[in-house]
Design a protein around this ligand. Structure first.
Ligand SMILES: *Cc1c(COP(=O)(O)O)cnc(C)c1O
Length: 450
């Protein structure tokens, strides 16, 4: 029989619970703090923003959380997602390594984001919320939440970072088709937006600013809550369905990963893939190296400071202990919009401090080169974000070629680029350059830490 390329789980074998890594860690992560009192926040502090069920998941110490039947029903539209062995890429590289990728581009919006958008919409609807607000950078999260809100009959209002609102009309049309309302951010609709526009009428925005606008709206309006697409514990919890499926698929493949690689913006696709494998590692059942890859233009883990900072620009959120470039930091306009966030998930930051994962930063030219090589061998055009993980996979596979090691590499291919093709157009035209981040720029932005 020919060697297998695709490992598909039956619907009946889809995992029915999410995994919470916190109780398995040697130390718990530091708590979020109230910005006024600097004391750990309680559930009441979060109630204006999130429904009780999600607040409970944010702080749970249970190892597993059952996935509600209504959520599993929606997941079945595209889950379980396939695990592929990248045989053609391996051949092109001439590597003895075996490369696998877990493909999340099969979701309705083309990325892993609906894995958390769907349960977030479900729990909000179940508690009588009628409208969700959010921000979106590249447009992936806004599309995912718009789809999820349509599924559970919620209104959805999205603040889209101005730069991407102007560059990516198709994401806006997708959100509107699912029934959402989309505003460019900064907007005149919020105090936070007006303050930014007063200082800089031409501001192209940032995720931090868009979060301030969405949070401000949710805190003020009736029956309205806020939804975040990454960073928080409950988001990473929902994404662990990726890693739980991948574990089962590795059993089908009869293989065990030696190296896991994922791209990190806020950390959700990376954590979603890695945490179930980290559980196995901590239990001594396997020993993969786990590696986070970030853009050289927004190097949160590798050059940021591990400190308490705001999640948004206006300082409306609780203080989170995380690797941060400073909440005022506005990254250069690289094409991987989903990786342009000033902070990193507190959980990923903590796990990095514990020495359980590695991190590296790669410039976008190398990333697009990897994306094109992947497209020409495997036939999937990766979103600009996961090209960071692919570039690191290729580096590892080429090291194996030198040493002759038959390592098994696993990566999360967290989305496709069908709505990001102009970025590839720019690369093919030779118009992509690396944006170095000078030390002075970073020092200036870190000086603004609370
Ligand atoms: C949002 C997004 C990211 C970055 O977010 P994480 O929380 O770090 O996963 C990466 N890739 C894609 C395709 C995205 O949509």
């Amino acid at each position: 029989m020919a060697e297998r390329t695709k490992f598909i789980l039956d619907e009946a074998d889809m995992p029915a619970r999410w995994y919470n890594v916190v109780p398995d860690l040697p130390e718990p992560p530091p708590p979020p703090l109230h910005p006024g009192t600097r004391e750990p926040i309680g559930p009441d502090d979060l109630a204006p923003l999130f429904p009780q069920a999600l607040i409970a998941q944010e702080v749970t110490t249970e190892r597993y959380v059952d996935i509600p039947e209504e959520v599993l029903d929606v997941y079945r539209l595209w889950r379980p997602s396939p695990l592929f062995r990248a045989r053609r890429l391996e051949k092109a590289l001439g590597t003895p390594a075996r490369i696998y990728y877990k493909y999340e581009g099969v979701s309705p919006v083309g990325s892993h984001k609906p894995n958390t958008a769907v349960p977030q919409a479900f729990y909000n609807a179940a508690e009588g919320v009628t409208r969700l607000t959010t921000e979106t950078g590249a447009g992936q999260w806004g599309s995912a939440l718009a789809f999820a809100c349509a599924t559970f009959g919620l209104e959805c209002e999205v603040w889209q970072v101005r730069a991407s609102y102007d560059q990516k009309p198709y994401r806006k049309l997708m959100m509107e088709t699912f029934g959402a309302t989309v505003h460019p951010s900064p907007s005149e609709l919020t105090e936070s937006g007006r303050a930014i526009l007063a200082a800089d009428p031409g501001s192209t925005g940032s995720l931090g600013i868009a979060i301030s606008e969405a949070v401000e709206q949710a805190a003020q309006a009736e029956n309205t809550r806020y939804a975040l697409g990454s960073v928080l514990n409950h988001v990473l919890l929902h994404q662990t369905i990726i890693g739980e499926e991948a574990l089962k698929q590795f059993e089908l493949a009869g293989d065990t990963p030696d190296v896991l690689v994922g791209c990190t913006g806020g950390g959700s696709n990376f954590g979603g893939l890695a945490f179930p494998f980290l559980r196995e590692k901590l239990a001594g059942r396997m020993d993969p190296v786990i590696r986070a890859v970030e853009p050289a233009a927004c190097p949160t883990l590798t050059r940021g400071k591990y400190a308490y900072d705001f999640g948004d620009t206006a300082g409306l959120t609780p203080l989170l202990k995380m690797h941060t470039l400073g909440h005022d930091f506005i990254p250069d306009p690289i094409h991987a919009g989903g990786l342009r966030y000033h902070g990193m998930s507190p959980l990923i930051s903590h796990i990095y401090e514990l020495g359980l994962i590695e991190a590296l930063a790669i410039g976008q030219e190398d990333c697009f080169a990897a994306g094109v090589q992947f497209a020409r061998t495997e036939g999937i055009i990766p979103a600009p974000e996961p090209t960071h993980a692919l570039a690191a996979c290729i580096q590892e596979a080429l090291r194996c070629k030198e040493t002759g090691e038959e390592k098994v590499i696993l990566t999360a291919l967290c989305g496709h680029a069908h709505l990001d093709l102009p970025a590839y157009g720019a690369y093919l035209a030779g118009d992509i350059s690396d944006h170095a981040l000078p030390d002075e720029t970073l020092a200036k932005s870190l000086a603004g830490l609370p």
